[in-house]
Each structure stands twice: as C-alpha cells, then as structure tokens.
Design a protein around this ligand. Sequence first.
Ligand SMILES: N[C@@H](CCC[C@H](N)C(=O)O)C(=O)O
Length: 293
Amino acid sequence: MSFDLRFTKGHGTGNDFVLFADPEGGTELTPTQIAAVCDRHFGVGADGFIRAVRSTKLAAGASIVAEAPDAVWFMDYWNADGSASEMCGNGVRVFTRFLLDQGLVELAPGGSIAIGTRAGVRRVSRSEHGFEVDMGAWRLDGAEPLVRAKGLPVARPGLGIDVGNPHVVVALADDDELAGLDLGYLPILDPAPSAGANVEFVVPAEPLVEAGVGRIRMRVHERGSGETLSCGTGAVASALAVRHWAGAGAPNDWRVQVPGGIVGVRMFDGADGEHVALSGPAELVFDGVLALA
Ligand SMILES: N[C@@H](CCC[C@H](N)C(=O)O)C(=O)O
C-alpha cells in the first residue's frame, strides 16, 4: 500500500532526523521503508527517523504511562539503517521542538515536559540555547573492549558506558589522531557487544578544565547510522568517561565539541543516584511530503 508521508526535517548540531506525527499509532513504517527515507541519495536523507505517537497507543508505552502519566508523547526512534534504538539525546530535543511546532505540547517558562522513550521517561526543559534533557541515571557497563578503527595504527582500550543506549568511549592522544580517523569504516570491538555499540573517540582540550568547565572534542561512529556530525548520548558518555579517567576533582560541567557544534553535559544528584543532563540546540529545517511505496 502506498501513502504520503508528511514529514519535518530537523537537526541538533548537525545530527539530522526525519520526524512525523502519528498520534493514533496507525502508521508504523517497516525497517526497509525507514532506511529508504533516511537514504541520502534516494530518500530525504537523515541519521535517524522519529515517529511521534501517543504513549497509550504503543505496547512500549504502558510502562511509560505507569511511571509518568504526563508522558503523553513517545519518541519512536529508528537509526538510518532501519534498526530501532532505545534513546537519542539530540533527537529528544529536536522531538520536543517538533511537538511544540505542531501545537501538540506546551512548555511554560521554567517548566518541563516528559517524553516516553524505549530507555524510559526523559524530562526536557528550555535552556539558554535550546533545550536541556535530564538523561537519567547512567552506569559503567563493565565492558573494556579493544577498539580498532581505520586510521589508528594500533588498537586502543575502550570504556563501555550505558546512558540508556550502549556506548564505548576511546581516548586519543591529540587532534591529529582524531582528524586522521576514517569513520566511514565500522570500528571493530573485541569482544563485540551483543547489541552493538556507538563508538566515541575523544581528545581533551588544552587545558582540559577552564573556569570550572571540562572541555573535550569528540567524533562518533553511531550504531546503525555510521559517522554523524554529533551524537547527544555519545557526548554524555564521553564526558562521563573523561571525568572517570580524570579522577577526583574533575568537574561536573562539560562542553563537548563535535563536528556539528557544541553541546553541554552536566552531572547532578537525582533522587535515584547521579543523573546527567544534555543541553544544546534543536532546529527544524523544512517540511515535505514523500510518496512511500
Ligand atoms: N544520535 C543519537 C543516538 C542515536 C541512536 C544510536 N545510533 C543507537 O543506536 O543507540 C544521539 O544524539 O544520542
């Protein structure tokens, strides 16, 4: 059956998405259709695909509504290759901008809205240059795989971090090493995590900490999407990893420079342990209609 997909294109620091509203949940695209929409040559082109659906209309939304009855909208997130992911940090900001633009939610000054995701409820508020998302609790997942990447002469140790979705963070020596990576090729992890991982490569700025704020540069190879200009959950995982390596006295405020811009990461005490928040811009670029077969 063919149909017209009314979509909006948006991005957060160059991490781009096709978004569409399916309030009643009647229009679930197949992974093949999602990959076709995200194709940069034959489709709209995007790193990810996001469907806005009422939480009550999805099986995955039942636990969301039980946890937060105000989480009316669910971010149904898919990677460019048509695989589903639990969470997208840049995506959830752009999703919030999209819901506001569509008149589906209101966000009062100083208030927040709750969004359902496969990783649980995320609260989004306005920040100085866009939105801030409470990404919830995080954990070292215990993995320390060796990472091989094209452009790196030898394998490097990675640190596994779960921020709702899986990440492996690798420290590099300097900007030359970071620039020399060819992330068009999939980094090889040994041992390989069963569900795959997003892989971030990080370099400390000089000095690492300025005016109490930690500063790092990052590039990423995203699971299911390849190299992207930014990854919000990846920036969060990278700041957490560098703070972990830096040890006692390292700051809880970080700026992460990615190829598409800068995002902020802030660690703070939550009711259920330490939380981490991500802030950054969220832009909507154009609307369109795509005939889907
Ligand atoms: N770009 C996103 C992460 C998207 C999902 C990721 N590729 C995965 O498979 O977990 C972000 O901004 O966090």
